[in-house]
Structures are given as C-alpha cells and as structure tokens.
Ligand binder design. Sequence first.
Ligand code: HAM
Length: 428
Amino acid sequence: MQFTKLRIPKGTQDYYFDYLEKRSYIENKMRKNFELWGYKEIRTPTFEYFESLATGTGLELQESMFRFKDKGGRQLALRAEMTSPIARVVATELRSHPLPMRMYYLAPMFRYEEPQSGRQREFWHAGIELFGSSLPDADAEVLAVFITTLDDIGLKGVSVELGHVGLFKSIVEEAGLSLDEAAAIRRSIDKKDDASLETALKEVDVSSAMKDVFRLLPKLRGDISVTKKILDNVDNENVEICIKNISDTVKLLELYKLDSRVMVDLGIVRGIDYYTGAVFEGFVKDLGTALGGGGRYDNLVGEFTGESIPATGFAIGVDRCHLALEKQGFKFPLKNSPQILILYIDQELKGEAVKIAVNLRKLGLSTEIDILERKLTKGLEHANKRGIPYVVIVGKTEFEQGEVVVRNMEKEMQEKVKIEKLKNYFQK
Ligand code: HAM
C-alpha cells in the first residue's frame, strides 16, 4: 500500500469551494423547510455501540456498517443512518417529552458499499422523524415535507412511490413463510428483478397461487386503483388494512394538493427491517436511483426499552440531490466571494488599507487584503486569476487627496473614488 498518505479511501470525497457553496445552498433550503413545518434539530454521535446502531435495522444494513473496537474491546460502529440512534434518544433521554415530537437532522452517514455514481461510503442525510402518532395524518405530513423539501431546493419533476411493508409481511405470513425465509424474495421484489425473483421462488415451498401473488407485487404500480388488483388476488384482513392505510394517506395528501405527485407501488419493501407501515421513495427522471426514502416504524422505540411509540420519517440523500440538480442544469446562486481585493503600494499605508478593509466588511462586502506585499501588477494578475471583480488600490498620491483607485477587473476600467464614498460606490 504505497502513497496512501496522498489518497483518500474509496467512496470518500474532499469537498471545497464552489461545490461546498452549492451544497450549503441545498442544505440551507432543506433546513428552512424542516423548520417551517415545526421540526427541531437533533444530533447524535458519529460512532456508537454497534449493538445500539444495529437495533431494528436488519442484516443488510448491519453488514454495511464500518465496525471497530475501542481500546476496551467494545464493539463500535460508524452510524449508517439516523433513525435507530434517534429512536434510542426518544426511548431514553426524551422519554417524557410531550408528543408528538418533530425532529430533523443533516449529517454524514457511513456505509461500506461498492461506490458508484450516487453511492459513496461517506454521504449525507437530511431527514426528519415524527414520533407519537399512528394516524395516516403523520404519514401524509412526512410525505408532504419530503416533496416540498425536494421542490424547494429546485428539483423539477419529483415524484414519490408509496407502498406498505405490511403488505409483503402479510403475504409472507399467508404463504406460511418466515421473514428470514422470504429475505431473497424481498430483495428481488425491492430491485424489481424478475430473474432473481424466479430463483428465490424456486427455493421456497409455497402454493403456485401464492407464488403468483409475489410475482404480481412488483408489477402493481400506478394510481390508487392498482390496490384493487391485490385485493382481487388475496383474501387477507391485514392486506385490506394496509390498502386502506395507503388510500387514507393519499386522500390526506389531497389536502396539501400533493396527491398527484404520489404513485402507488405495492412492490416497495425497503432494505431496512424496522419499517411497519406505509413506506416510500422519491425520484426524478434524471437520476436512476432514489433521492430519498422513508416510512413508518412503530416498533423501533420499543426495541430499546419495551415501550413503543408510533413513528414515521424519511432521509434524503443530499449528495444525490446535488447530483440531480447538476444534471438538471440548476443555476445555483453563488455568492462570488471575495468581491474585493485591497492592494497598497506603500508599506506606510498598510494601516489605512486595513482600515478600509474593515469598513468594507462592515458593509457586508467580502474583502481580502494583500498579505504578500505584492507589487501592483502582480496583485492585479492575482485578482484576475481568482476572478475577484474589484481591486481597491491604496496609493500615496491618491490617499493624500482622501481617495483610492477602484479597478473593475471585468471592464478593465478604473476610477478614483473618495474613501468616504466607497460605500455608495459599492452599493451602486
Ligand atoms: P435509506 O433508504 O437507507 O433510508 O437511505 C435514504 C437515502 O440515502 C437513499 O434514498 C439515498 O438517497 C441515500 N443513500 C443511501 N445510501 C447511500 C450511499 N451509499 N451513498 C449515497 N447516498 C446514499 C434510511 O436510511 C432511513 N433511515 C430513512 C428513514 C428515516 N426512514 C424513516 N425515517
């Protein structure tokens, strides 16, 4: 392993400058929308005991966790998602906090996965969790926050696919299988992979009618009427409850005028175990993978302390949103900083140059001052290279008249400006 000191691990990235400015734009919009809906920020540790982070998640997520031991031999891991840690906080420190409780987060997550476009080993989640209501009103609210957040950052054509994990679980039960025995079927349905679904179905001993129901699930996508097809094929009370829940959620979304953005997909099973109810994923055409996903998880808090609290939420992949915005040609409003570079020709004028810089910053103008004692031509060359739009030149002759030279780099024009008029000059 040579030269590792010059490289960074696979699936990680250095972020800087314009990229980060665009990133902050996205994050600020997300944060603003979460807060508009009454959500408050929560942060949990980046690493925790593996046992705690693993709670309720299932093998697929656990196998993707970066695990390590501390010096005392305790099993730790980097968090791969925030829902379990937040459920831990709700089950412990926030146990007597009034319900419902709305929280949001913006934080890096870590998963040991094969990196590809939109899939890294370190990536950011922006998510919300809503505790304390088992009504579809909570599911509809979470979906509405999801859609409006993706709209607010500037994405076009966001749509959501809504399903219900209870459906798959009820059908598995009806087929007489355990969830472990049906794990391969679940993965194939999740990926809508017909070939692997056939292989998985060959491995299980269930009636051919039930196999047909499994085959049907990934094909049931469309408006709410697709729910009828499953009811025509399975006679099971739990399935009926799940379908009613989906219909109620879509009806509530009509109140937000967002129902047209939601498509029913009864094949959504999600890769994490804790889900118990309505689940969803969001997409735009320009990106082949999900922008984010979430759903209801009524038993997770109970897995920590035995006392359940109904909950629902989502996490948006911030990196994927950034990628999708770039693909859609979104024009990010960049701040273009710094706006001004101050050069002083004479060492004696350093103090005056600093004073001018301080005053310009007070006006909210991002201002740099030369710290290399550059000559004028070198200073101007530097401003050009960096794309700094204005240079303020503090020279002795002008300064004695109470003036400086302001050079507009783009127009290649300069003029003398009274120091006390700099404010007016730049505010123009
Ligand atoms: P998730 O579907 O595993 O859900 O992740 C949510 C989103 O994170 C994905 O849709 C995707 O945009 C992004 N994401 C996942 N893995 C990667 C990766 N390796 N690289 C880049 N982006 C990635 C959860 O994590 C649940 N905790 C969501 C939730 C909150 N459910 C209820 N509350």
